[in-house]
Design a protein around this ligand. Structure first.
Ligand SMILES: *Cc1c(COP(=O)(O)O)cnc(C)c1O
Length: 457
């Protein structure tokens, strides 16, 4: 992008005698500035960022209470990799992933393998790598080639899985979703799985719609494949959002380590784990499911530390914040918070689904996320992209986007309800949304706009 605004200007109100009032945009300035001047420039600019509470596009938490903020301030200098320097933080990290392993019904939560990460993306890379390495070990032991690994997953996977396949040279095998099979459900799985399949990804909370994939059905389909072919294919569950929802709202749903085929599970602590951005978790079913040769031992920070993330240095504060919430909310508190969030989502889905122009794709039955599309009406002169634009004029960010490959002709619009979206705020959204639809129906409108926006959340 060409940026011809070469300088960043300081509001004259804050200029101090003898100081620069203008800073080069893309170069480190030659001279020093007073801290308050530099602060003011950045403070003013960051104000342009949107209002997080009205952003219904993101899954990521944007609010924590005062005690969490206090802990954050006390801990923002901690480096997660310095386990020798910060042994207490390292110990708390272990407690957290063991709590999560128990939450997901691991057979022996205290003696399995797990770690924090910067988010689900890094956790998914680790989950995928473990599947790949285990497959390689098995193939080598059989004297079979290991040059063409593939990973089977829905075409509606989050972009991190495309990255995994690209970075680590694994062929992605996308099972298309359709009107009849709205999520990966095990249907026709046998035609995608072969001896080069390192694993199947199941998603607990598909990014496009919030729907759960029926992990139990996928597992049963893999049982049948094993009976027919002898192939033993494991599952990684990408539970970025659902991993901190299902245990509280759908405790009887069997999607986790209760299914023996599930080898590993990830979650984003910064989504329904309710922590500020920068934290994810991954847990393996049993210690042996994380191949030993993926664990690196480092000695140069003191001690002999096993590490198995992609990053070296990263912030440690979010780990303490996750622990704070586990202690403070407990099972009961998480249940209460998630129930309230899904109640708001279901209220919104009910109101939006009742509008004659809109038809729900799903109704927030799984995580507090739902999507809708337009009913078919050849006379309608507007699209969901227009509705998204109009809502933005009122401050709401509600994205519209095409569904993935094989269903790209379907445009949906999605709302992610997070903690902090009150019933009150939701009723304002319904009022604004109705007004926007009325406006579009009254307006003359141009020809329907057929934009195809990229979708990367
Ligand atoms: C958000 C999300 C990711 C990526 O998680 P980050 O924590 O943002 O890295 C991966 N998979 C799914 C299903 C997601 O919803």
């Amino acid at each position: 992008m060409v940026d011809d605004r070469r300088n960043v200007e300081l509001n004259p109100l804050f200029a101090r005698v003898g100081e620069a009032t203008s800073f080069p945009r893309n170069r480190i300035p030659e001279a020093e500035a007073l801290p308050e001047t530099a602060y003011q420039v950045i403070h003013d600019e960051a104000m342009l960022d949107g209002n997080a509470r009205m952003n219904l596009a993101t899954f990521v938490g944007t609010w924590m209470d005062d005690y969490a903020d206090r802990l954050y301030r006390e801990a923002f200098d901690k480096n997660m990799v310095d386990k020798d320097e910060y042994p207490a933080t390292a110990d708390i990290e272990d407690r957290c992933w063991r709590m999560i392993a128990a939450l997901w019904n691991a057979p022996d939560p205290d003696n399995t393998a797990g770690t924090s990460t910067v988010g689900s993306s890094e956790a998914c890379m680790m989950g995928g790598l473990a599947l790949k390495r285990r497959w390689q070990h098995r193939r080598r032991a059989e004297g079979a080639p290991t040059d063409r690994p593939n990973l089977v997953m829905s075409s509606a996977v989050q972009v991190c899985w495309e990255k995994f396949c690209n970075f680590f040279e694994v062929e992605p095998r996308y099972v298309p979703i359709s009107e009849d099979h709205r999520v990966l459900d095990g249907h026709d799985l046998a035609s995608y799985v072969d001896e080069n399949t390192i694993g199947v990804v199941a998603i607990l909370g598909v990014t496009y719609t919030g729907m759960y994939e029926p992990v139990k059905d996928i597992s049963a389909a893999l049982d049948r494949i094993q009976d027919d072919t002898g192939l033993d294919v494991r599952i990684h569950v990408d539970a970025a959002s659902g991993g901190m929802v299902a245990p509280f709202l759908q405790p009887d749903l069997e999607w986790d380590f209760r299914l023996p085929r599930v080898a590993s599970i990830n979650v984003s602590g910064h989504k329904y784990g309710l922590v500020y951005p920068g934290i994810g978790w991954i847990v393996w079913r049993e210690a042996g499911d994380l191949p030993d040769d993926l664990v690196t031992r480092v000695s140069y920070l003191g001690g002999d530390m096993p590490t198995f993330g992609l990053n070296f240095s990263r912030p440690g504060a979010q780990v303490l914040l996750q622990y704070y919430l586990f202690l403070q909310l407990g099972m009961e508190g998480y249940r209460r918070v998630q129930q309230n969030t899904i109640d708001v989502a279901r209220y919104l889905a009910g109101e939006i689904g009742a509008l004659p122009d809109l038809e729900l794709w799903n109704a927030a039955q799984d995580i507090p996320v739902f999507a809708w599309r337009l009913t078919s009406d050849p006379d309608r002169r507007w699209t969901l992209y227009d509705l998204s634009d109009r809502l933005r004029m009122k401050g709401w960010i509600v994205p519209a986007y095409p569904m993935p490959d094989d269903l790209t002709e379907v445009t949906v619009q999605r709302i992610v309800v997070r903690n902090g979206m009150s019933h009150d705020l939701a009723s304002f959204l319904v009022r604004d949304l109705r007004a926007c639809v009325d406006h579009l129906n009254r307006a003359d409108g141009g020809p329907p706009d057929d934009r195809r926006a990229g979708f990367h959340h």
